[in-house]
Design a protein around this ligand. Structure first.
Ligand SMILES: Nc1ncnc2c1ncn2[C@@H]1O[C@H](COP(=O)(O)OP(=O)(O)OP(=O)(O)O)[C@@H](O)[C@H]1O
Length: 264
């Protein structure tokens, strides 16, 4: 059995001041080499859960252990440097080149800290751009890259710290079809070239899941509806219960498609 990289037990998050329950008694374990999809309706608590895994917040009750450290007993900033985080919402200097944006992943900063980047670090940023099929973008301002190119630059940035855990919050948001497929291909490649890397991807669409996705967690109103292998969880019955309407799921050539169940 692989190592548990993250383990949540009885995790509840309440929002202040109203005490709204955002997560309610969540138990979850993510092991090395696993690729998870985190799905659920708007407001289900997906981003809140991802942020706990990313050492970006504390639970109100319960325990969160990430990379062998208990949240609440460790310097979160230090822990964050060992977790890759990709979100289209993250702050990125748009006038910096793609190479510079990747470099900032080494320091976990928004702006480059030039004195911190030795020649080996700069070379590594080039290698990661190559690995993500973005070699030619090295000198292009990030703001001039397309959405799909930006997503891949952000994945390269997240990999600079050689994380054991890579978290992606709606990485395919607003991408056109070819760009989405390029990012999905890149994620599938990563699963082959870095077999120990674990990933958790928040998404609204099953169509966006790489075929390498092996596990899924369904959240509804802060509670885990289903958690396990894709064969157990990505079923019409489970998704219908989670989203509160009849849903059919198909798997074809390793990828998934979901739609409202036909009533006739
Ligand atoms: N900073 C905050 N202050 C108050 N409430 C918040 C805050 N962040 C999130 N919430 C609330 O917590 C609940 C869960 O939010 P979260 O963003 O985790 O859900 P989500 O499943 O990621 O939603 P979506 O699919 O819409 O992105 C929502 O009801 C949201 O309004």
């Amino acid at each position: 059995m692989s190592t548990a990289l993250a383990e949540l037990a009885g995790v509840t998050v309440l929002r202040h001041p109203a005490g709204q329950v955002v997560l309610d008694g969540v138990d979850w374990r993510v092991r090395a080499g696993e690729h998870w999809a985190l799905l659920g309706p708007n407001g289900a608590g997906k981003t809140t859960l991802l942020r706990l895994l990313g050492a970006q917040g504390h639970p109100t009750r319960g325990t969160v252990d990430v990379l062998g450290h208990r949240i609440g007993r460790v310097d979160l900033r230090e822990l964050r440097t060992r977790i890759g985080f990709v979100s289209p919402m993250q702050e990125v200097p748009h006038n910096a080149t793609a190479h510079t944006v990747v470099l900032t992943g080494a320091t976990g900063t928004v702006q480059p800290l030039w004195r911190a980047y030795d020649p080996a670090t700069r070379e590594r940023a080039h290698e990661l751009l190559s690995e993500l099929n973005c070699k030619d973008l090295a000198d292009r301002p990030y703001g001039a890259c397309s959405g799909g190119q930006r997503a891949r630059v952000l994945v390269a940035r997240a990999l600079m710290s050689a994380p054991a855990l890579l978290l992606l919050d709606e990485p395919y948001n607003a991408l056109d079809l070819p760009s989405r497929e390029d990012v999905i291909d890149a994620m599938r490649e990563l699963s082959l070239t870095r077999p120990e890397l674990a990933t958790v991807t928040v998404t609204h669409y099953l169509e966006e899941l790489p075929g390498s996705t092996g596990h899924a967690l369904l959240l509804r109103e802060g509670r885990v509806q289903a958690c396990g292998t894709v064969d157990e969880v990505l079923t019409g019955a489970r998704l219908s219960a989670c989203f509160g309407r009849p849903i059919e799921v198909e798997r074809n050539a390793g990828r998934w498609a979901a739609r409202s169940a036909r009533t006739v």
